[in-house]
Each structure stands twice: as C-alpha cells, then as structure tokens.
Design a protein around this ligand. Structure first.
Ligand code: G6P
Length: 803
C-alpha cells in the first residue's frame, strides 16, 4: 500500500511540474513578445517624431542646436540615448550617456540611411540588451543620414525572469498542496477503508465474537463492499452449517438443516425436479400507491414450505391472487423468489372472480374447511361451487403438467384441501410422476365427513396420489376409515396403505414444523428482553407488567372469542392481575369475502372492546387487538418478549404458532398455553394444555403460567425446544420426500402383495385398531400417539391443568 501511495505521489508531482512548466514557458513567451511589440511601437512613434525635428537643423548644419534637441529627447524613461549619423556612418551628434557604449554606427542605421527604410533591431551592447530603431533622414527627398533611437530592453528580460521565478514558486506550492491532498484522499478513501475492510475480514476469518456483522463502508468500492457482504453471509452460513454438521457427528443426533435437506433431496431425486402446488402463493404482489409490494401471506402452509423450497429450488405453482401479480411475472407466468434473494420459481395460475368465488371461497372454505374442522360452523355445499372446484383442480393440474413437460420422473408435493382431485388428474396423464399430497387440516371421522355430497369423488381423487400425508396418526386413521366406508378398496391397516385399481397409496403422519433459528438474535449491546418488552409496550401505548400474546388469522377455528372470555375470567377471578396483565392479539383478517369471517372479525373487535371497557384504567387495558397482518420479523419481537403465548384453537391440524413461539424463545423462558385440539399437542406435552371451550380452565392455566417459577418455565421450554429443534421443517420435508421415493421403489412389490389375497379385516384385527375410537375430534391421544401423550397427561395432572 505504501509503495502504491509513493508511486501515485511521484506521478502526480512529475505530471503537475511538467504541465506547469509547459504552460509557464508559453506564458513567458507570450509576455515577452507583447513587451517587445510595445517597445517597437513606442520606438517607431518616437523615431518618426524626432526625425521630423532633426531634419531642419541638419539642413541648417547647426550641430549645436542638433545636440540640444537630441539631448532633450534622450532624457526619457527607458531611452538609452539618441544618435545622428552621416550617410557614411560618422556620428554627427550623440547623447552623452550613449556615446561611450555605442562607438560605431549600428548596422541597422547604416541600412536605413542607405535604403531609406526605417527598421529596428534588438542587439546586445556590452552586458545590456537594447533595441535600436533607425530612421532615414532626408533633405529635399535626398538621403542625408540616419537617426538611431536606442531603448534599454533589459527590463523585458527582467520581466521574463520574474515570471519564471513566480512560476517556479507556484509550481512548488501546487505540488505541495496536491501531494498533501492526494495523500489525505488516499488515506481517507482508500487506505483507511481497505485497512478497516482487512480488519473486518480478519475478524470474520477468525470468527471473533466482537466482529461487526455489517461490512464497513468502503466509499469508492461499494460494489466490492456488496460482494464482501454476500461473501460474509455465505461464509457465516457455511461455517454454521459446518458447525452443525460437526455437532451432528459429535452427538450423532438427527438434526436437519437447510443444507442437509438440499443434499438429501438432490440425492433422492437425482435428475428429477421438485414441484409444489398450493393454492396460496408465497409472495403476493400488491399495489401500494405507485409502487408494488411483495407480501408474505398469513398462512401456516407458506410458513412451512417456503424454507423447503429455498433449500431445494424447484417450482411452486399457486394462484396469483395479488392485484400486481400479473405485472411481476414473465411471459410464462413465472418469477424467481424470494424477491431479494431468488432461490426457486413461482408459477402463477390465474382464476376469474367467478372461479375464485366457487372454488376457493365456496367449496374449499365454506365447504371443506368447516367440514374438516369441528368448530360448529355448518359447511355449505353448492353444486356450482363443486363444479368450480373440479375445474380449478383441472386448471392447476394442467399448469403443473405444463411445467413438468420434458422432465424425467418429476416429484410433486400437492398441498391441502384445495387440491383433493388433482393427484388423480396428474397420475392419469403422467403415471411416472411421484405424487404426494399433504393435508394441512384435520380429517374428521367418517360420520362427520359423510355429510359431504362429493365425499366419494374427493377420496378417489386423493387416492390417485402415491402418498397422502396428515399431521397426526388419528387423521390418517380417520381418513382410512372414510375410505373404507365410501370406496371399493383394500386397506392394509398395519402399513396404512390403500390398494385400489392396481395402485397403492401410503397414508402416513408427517407432523409439520417450522425453521429453528440456531444463531442468537442480534440485539443492541446491553439490550435485554425486558428492555425490548418495555419498548414494545411503550409503542403499544400500554403500561403493564405481564404480557401475553396470540397470533392468528381471524378464523372461527382459532377460538379467539373463547380466549378473550378466559382473559376476562382471569381478571374477574384474580383482580390482582388487573392493571398488570395485557394480552396482545395479533389478528390477520382472513377470507373476509365470506360472511362468517366478516361477522367473526366484527365480533372479535367488539368483544375486545367490551372487555377493555369493563376493566380498562389509565394507561392499562387488558386486550390490545392488532387487526392487521404482521410479517415474520415483526412477530418475532412479540414472541420473544411475551410471558406467555396462548393458542386456543377449537380444532387445528397442527398449529405452527405454538412451534414458532417455542423456536423464538432462545432465552428458554415464556410459557405456552396450548389447546388440546391441535396437532401440536402431541409433540409439546410441556405446554399447559387446555380445553378452549372450558373458560374456567383456560383462565386457571393463564394464572398458572403467570405464576410459574423461572426454573419450571425453563425446564418446560428446554424440552419443547429440543422437540421443535429436532423435528423442524427440514426434517418434515426430508421425511416426506424420502417416503415418496420409497413408495415408487416398492411399486412392483406392492403388485405382488395385492395378488396374495391379503385381507384388510385380518390386518385390522391383527393390530387391534379400535375403529370406533375417534369420537368427536380425533382418536384418543393415548391410542393415537402412545407414550408421549400418556406422559403428557401424567405431567399435566401434576401441575393441576389436566383435562
Ligand atoms: C390454513 C390452510 C392453508 C392456508 C392458510 C391460510 O393454514 O391449511 O392452506 O393457506 O390456512 O388461508 P388462506 O385461505 O388465506 O390461504
């Protein structure tokens, strides 16, 4: 770096000096020429005027008078003297000062006296430089001599020397200033930032804890700085992946990471590509004034699948529902997402308003959603909705098939109740596609499902898949029982498979999950969770000691009203919590085109209002209802700082809010109060389990959560975190894909087995499955999930919250 600075400085000095000298040379030449011209001009004027005066006296031959005239004349400034010569070159008169210096007639005077032409010449007289101007003298037209006007020209040289001197000094100052400035610029803009960058990179390389996560500002080298930031991010990711791998080897545990999933998927799929079809897209482009915003929708499905797609690349086919969605795709209706770090392809499918109304709002959300969730909202079944549902399934299937064109043995993960018919549609055209469908919501018992006029078609469509996934075993059992009731098929109860028309479908539970952040959340130095909560409450305009949080789409399955009633009961029963406990409900408005959802939203608002009105004092209120969708990042703050998280679903396939809350609690604090009617309850027995219909019990659980001692909170949270960490979303996807690939490999064996006369009845008897077990919601937890939930019930009894 020093050598570079030296070279730069020398180049600058040489360059500036040469340019300055060159320009000075021209300046001196120009000035000199000007001064000479000026002198010539003055000499000419003087010469002509003096010649006119001298000629009459010359005629008279009066030498004395002639001398007086030249003496008077020769007295002027810068005039060295005047002399008059005969045509033969003899001096007639000469001013006294000039006489000793000019002993002979100058050649130029000689010429003028001979050819009658005035002329001038610069010559040297001894040490001095002079200018001699010669004028011919006439008498009656005849040449009678020559007049010499001699000017001192030394001042012109003096002037030139002065200019050179000044130039030299100017160059000196300039070189000094420019060198100084250059050195400072180099130091501030190049050497300094590069030194900082080097220091930063060293810290990064040696993984110093003090190393700053942001790249130093490199001013001129911004593109380099950006690249360094990317490089740093990759290095950090690689290091953390390597660490995780090392830990994995060390503990021989089965922790799944994005990297492990992507290796696993590549290994399993080989050359095949991964496709996902889901109604909801991971990014909705919406118009906001003049700009377009990419919004991540409130959807458990999106929360779970987005990291998987990021890890494996592939194509997500979904309904383009945003008002700016069409503007953001290419001519094949595709775009790469996430917008700020593209990792996979989103292919949008367009639906008309009428299709959306019938397929999405109608059949999917007014029919199947309340049919599968036992939450006491009556399902609506309309023929026109069903027709739209069929057509939309066809439309999405076509889009998927188009995306798969020319691809060898692709893999499709279809998602949820919007696409029950799609697996068979795909298989009919492309039997080589390995198809799995994951049902993100519960599957009710066959009696409940039996009210659907199209149950046969739905079940048949699903059985087109090679693999059907549910969150928990009891949903699988309910599904198999439904199949048993409505279709001709052979069910293997032991292996949970259905054989129908030479095709085998495996039905299995895959408890979905979330990402589990391993790295500590970056926070300002000295900022504690307590301080973060103080700041958050201040933003909410509330003063409170304890904070509870609930995060949901405003959906009647989530038990939001029951939750509010429990909070009211807590405050009634235990007035000590008044002015001390505030519950923050984040409610993302959902499916508001459906009247039931509109009414619910209004009801939730007015219930919060009523309870607040009843208890509110000064700056405290019991419920803060934030009616808008919050992004993942915003929600993390609430999860991190709350004393408890309340999940009161009346019925829920899994409920990822419970797992997100656990994943966010790096401090191993916070209590989860969880409805026993969620799928998550099977994996999180250390939560306080409640029946959300039992307001009294939920209120008690709230009190218990608020009064739980730190150690107990820690033990419970540690255990829950271990489960969520190990059973994270990457493991879910890895297991699903592995199973799907196995299903294809086993196909030939499956055909053999189906010819061996193996009967479903025998199988059911053999394993002792009690098919009458799922009474209302799903099979009893003990039957369905075994030891874990049994242990949970034991533990719950011991803390007084068992039900
Ligand atoms: C549930 C469903 C998802 C759905 C989400 C949001 O989690 O299982 O398929 O995306 O709700 O609902 P929405 O209708 O807004 O997509």
């Amino acid at each position: 770096m020093r050598l570079l600075t030296l070279r730069l400085t020398i180049s600058l000095i040489v360059g500036i000096t040469l340019i300055s000298l060159f320009s000075s040379y021209y300046e001196v030449r120009f000035q000199k020429r000007g001064l000479r011209r000026d002198l010539e001009h003055r000499a000419e004027v003087l010469g002509e005027s003096l010649a006119g005066k001298v000629e009459p006296y010359l005629k008279k031959g009066s030498r004395k008078e002639l001398q007086i005239i030249v003496d008077r004349f020769g007295d002027r400034e810068r005039l060295a003297g005047v002399a008059v010569y005969t045509p033969q070159g003899a001096s007639i008169v000469i001013t006294p000062g000039l006489a000793p210096r000019l002993t002979n007639e100058p050649a130029v005077v000689q010429q003028a006296a001979t050819n009658g032409q005035s002329a001038g010449q610069f010559i040297r007289l001894g040490d001095a430089s002079v200018y001699i101007y010669a004028v011919p003298l006439h008498q009656d037209e005849a040449l009678v001599g020559g007049l010499a006007i001699v000017h001192d020209a030394g001042y012109i040289d003096a002037q030139s020397r002065r200019i050179w001197r000044e130039t030299f000094l100017r160059v000196l100052v300039l070189v000094f200033l420019i060198t100084l400035t250059t050195l400072l610029i180099v130091r501030w803009s190049i050497t300094g930032p590069i030194a900082r960058a080097a220091q930063w990179m060293r810290a990064l390389r040696t993984d110093k804890t003090s190393f700053r996560p942001t790249v130093p500002d490199l001013d001129l080298f911004r593109p380099l700085a950006n690249e360094m930031a990317n490089f740093a991010a990759s290095l950090r990711a690689a290091r953390s992946a390597a660490e995780k791998e090392a830990q994995l080897r060390q503990t021989a545990d089965s922790f799944w990471t994005a990297e492990r999933l992507s290796v696993h998927v590549r290994d399993r799929l080989g050359e095949s590509r991964l496709f996902v079809v889901a109604n909801r897209e991971p990014y909705i482009h919406r118009r906001q004034g003049k700009s377009v915003e990419a919004i991540v929708p409130a959807s458990g499905l999106v929360t779970a699948l987005a990291p998987v797609l990021c890890a494996c690349d592939g194509t997500w086919v979904a309904h383009g529902s945003g008002d700016a969605d069409r503007e953001t795709v290419d001519k094949h209706d595709r775009l790469r997402v996430p917008p700020d770090d593209p990792r996979y392809t989103l292919r949008r499918v367009w639906l008309s308003k009428e299709e959306e109304e019938g397929y999405y709002y109608g059949f999917a959300n007014e029919g199947l959603w309340p049919l599968c969730h036992i939450a006491h909202t009556r399902p609506m079944f309309r023929v026109s909705d069903w027709e739209h549902y069929e057509r939309a399934n066809r439309r999405f299937a076509d889009a998927v098939l188009k995306e798969m064109e020319g691809m060898d043995r692709p893999v499709l993960l279809a998602q949820d109740y919007h696409f029950a018919l799609l697996p068979r549609m795909i298989k009919k055209v492309r039997p080589d596609v390995r198809v799995a469908i994951f049902w993100h919501i519960p599957w009710p018992n066959p009696e409940a499902f039996g009210i659907c006029p199209w149950q046969r078609e739905l079940v048949d469509g699903l059985l087109g898949a090679d693999l059907i996934g549910f969150h928990i075993q009891s949903h699988c059992t309910n599904f198999l029982q439904t199949v048993d009731r409505v279709l001709e098929s052979r069910i293997d109860w032991e292996h949970c498979t259905v054989n129908r028309e030479e095709h085998r479908t495996v039905v299995k539970p895959f408890p979905i999950s979330v990402e589990f952040p391993e790295n500590p959340v970056p926070r300002e130095a000295g900022e504690s969770i307590y301080m973060e909560r103080v700041a958050l409450l201040r933003e909410l305009g509330v003063e409170s000691v304890f904070l509870g949080v609930g995060v949901d789409r405003v959906d009647y399955t989530k038990g939001i009203l029951e939750r509010f009633l429990a909070i009211e009961r807590l405050l009634e029963k235990y007035p000590t919590y008044r002015e001390k406990f505030t519950f923050l409900q984040i409610g993302a408005p959902s499916r508001t085109h459906i009247k039931r959802y509109q009414d619910l939203l209004a009801e939730v608002e007015s219930e919060a209002e009523r309870i607040n009105w009843r208890f509110q004092t000064g700056k405290w209120k019991p419920i803060v209802f934030m009616k808008r969708q919050h992004n993942h990042h915003e929600i993390q703050r609430f999860y991190r700082t709350a004393d408890l998280c309340l999940v009161t679903s009346l019925h829920d396939g899994m409920n990822l809010v419970a797992k997100e809350f656990v994943a966010a609690r790096q401090d191993e604090q916070g209590v989860l109060v969880l409805s026993r009617f969620t799928g998550a309850v099977r994996e999180l027995p250390d939560a306080l389990l409640i029946n959300p219909y039992d307001i009294e019990q939920t209120a008690e659980a709230l009190r218990f959560a608020l009064e739980m001692d730190t150690e107990e909170r820690k033990i419970r949270m540690q255990r829950m975190r271990r489960v969520v960490r190990e059973h994270n979303i990457y493991r879910w996807a890895g297991a699903l894909i592995a199973e799907l690939c196995e299903v294809r490999l086993d196909e030939a064996a499956n055909r053999l087995e189906s010819r061996s006369g193996y009967s479903p009845e025998q199988s059911a008897e053999a394993v002792g499955v009690d098919q009458s077990v799922d009474d209302f919601h799903h099979a009893s937890p003990v039957t369905a999930t075994g030891d874990q939930v049994g242990a949970l019930l034991e533990r719950k009894k011991s803390v007084g919250h068992g039900d």
